[in-house]
Design a protein around this ligand. Sequence first.
Ligand code: MN
Length: 741
Amino acid sequence: MSDLTSKEQEILEREYQEIVEAYRKFRPQGNFDLIDRAYRFACEAHSGVRRKSGEPYIYHPVAVARIVVEEIGLGATSIASSFLHDVVEDTDYTVEYVETHFGSRVANIVLGLTKLSGGVFDHDPESMQSENFRRLLLTMSEDIRVVLVKMADRLHNMRTLEHMPSRKQYKIAAETLYLYAPLAHRLGLFKIKTELENLGFCYEHPQYYKELTEKIKVKTKESTVLLERFCDTVRQRLEPLGITYTIDYREKTPYSVWRKMERRNIPLDQIYDLLAVRIIFELNEEVLKDLKKDEAIVAAERAMCWQIFASLSSVYAPRHGRMRNFLSTPKTNGYEALHQTYLLEGGQAMEVQIRSVRMNEIAEKGCAAHWKYKTDSSDDSELEKWLTTLRELLDTPESNAIEFVDDFKMNVHEHEIFVLTPKGQIKTLPKGCTVLDFAFDIHTDLGMHCLGAKVGHKMVGVNHVIKSGDQVEVLTSPKVQAKQEWMDFVVTGRAKSKLRFVFREYRKEQEQKGEDLLQHYLDKNKLKLTSELLNKLLIHYNLSDKGELLLKLGKGELLTDNFSQIINRKLSNKLVSYWRVRLERYTSSKKKGDGRRAGEIEQESVGEYVSANCCKPLPGDDVVGFDEGGVMYIHKRGCNQLISLAARHGDRVFDATWTKHKMKSFLAVLDMTGEDRMGLVTEVTKIITEEYSVNMSAIHFDSNNGIFKGSLHVYVSDVEYLNRLIGKIMQVYGVREVRRV
Ligand code: MN
């Protein structure tokens, strides 16, 4: 360790002692020897190497070990593995060496971590992404500790991300938000999840992050008085009950506020629950003495949650429909608590979470804490069940990288419901799932030939949405075959991947057939498939890519007979229909004696309006306009958001109807380039589809070595619209250049 200064040496030793102490607290008789040997060895192995920040490299494994013990609550094997996690990757020592000196358990974890080193999405070809991601999940289902240490590793790398070059920062941050944060959530590591999300957000959208942090600070300051008064009341209520408790409150993080604003399309001013309060209580010694068994303690804690809930509800008005009972149905990751939003003085809302010390630890450290409290470890826990599902998902040979990650994330994010089989077995499924999802969950064959189901005593169709607590009997018929429309309403990853497999096979056949037909046509007419030729066909048939063209040809929906005519045609201006909105404003006339009645209906046609994010109306829907500071938002008539807005600001609601206007338009071709990242194409297409003054006729995207090239064909009525569109596309993160060809 000759390269360290004495100051650095001192810091290192102190860090190490803290790790040992944290471990001693919950395992006084633990394996201190293993930890010590691993630490000394890691110091030796990494000596002479420094990180980009200039710090000694060994600081990193030590910091990871500290997270592992303090924030996840893992034991000696994991701590030792954390010290050693980069040794095989970065030094000349082999896994065999680690195995001889530290045993096979540590060696296996180190091996798993070495395999996972580098970013999951670092390698470019899609298959590699998929492979790495699969590997991550596979290792996870073998020894969950690999992934837990990996989480700690990622967390420390995120905490020290400022030392990375900025192009890497963005990539690592995106990967963290996309993959690691949801995974942390699924593993029940809520505290880590929150930190990962915020750090990720901070590097992905530095500007928003800064703005929001400032604004939240100001807003929460305003609520401090309110909060203090609330704490006083809680004290007055709970002390007579003889409850030992702490009140913990935290501001909502910039990331969660941002998500909420995005999701509900509302400004910061309309987010009322910027503060969440936790009441964390402990059962007193006497009660505990009488309760020896685990179940009795858990039951007593739950009863206490309700008691606290009841006494708070006698002071504050609970907001209707905002209670979350995770006591009778804990989340799949083991989370238990009682949440309720209360209305405080002045109409301010505040979320209160009621938990015991044990529940709180599970909430923050997740499964690791869960195991600590479970004396009977043979119990097949919820996590174990989830890992089994994961293994099954991995066993389906077809899934491609992006779809697989999507399906996986889907399973991570959805809230669960409980469904009963005819024999009374309980199945956990995501909220919003249909009869078909349930059928696939039981068996692939049941799904493939599903006719419907009996729910209670009623017959329902395959797309019937199941509610929690339903008893469902699946009905099948050998005559039923999987249909394309099924994809529109299945929600579980399992059903989707099974269906996709069937359809992909079918699609492949049809595309091949289409390819043959196209080739035959080209040969016959002595033509080559140039991009100009292809574009003309795509624009004419309003298709998005070559694959779609081949598919339609293969299915016989298109014939090559018309091709020559289309190919020889010149591109020119054409009449394009645009959707507009006609508003009926009810104006109260103030002039007297001019013969007009007070209150008159004026009609005007509006070309510029915003389609509201909450209900996303499309032309043809029954709609209503809502004026927000001069901007006309169009909502569906039954939209909940609109109803609550209308209740407060009835005067800003207008009757609206869709009208069509035909206008002469010209074709513009836009070329664009930029850095490729997930979701970019979706963002660009979203902009175009939301601009009803623009008609898109074709879009192509190509990605190569992290750079994407795109081409858009749009019909616009004038240059102003075109420039506005270009401006909007330029604002998409990652887009470097948009050029009119
Ligand atoms: Mn590392």
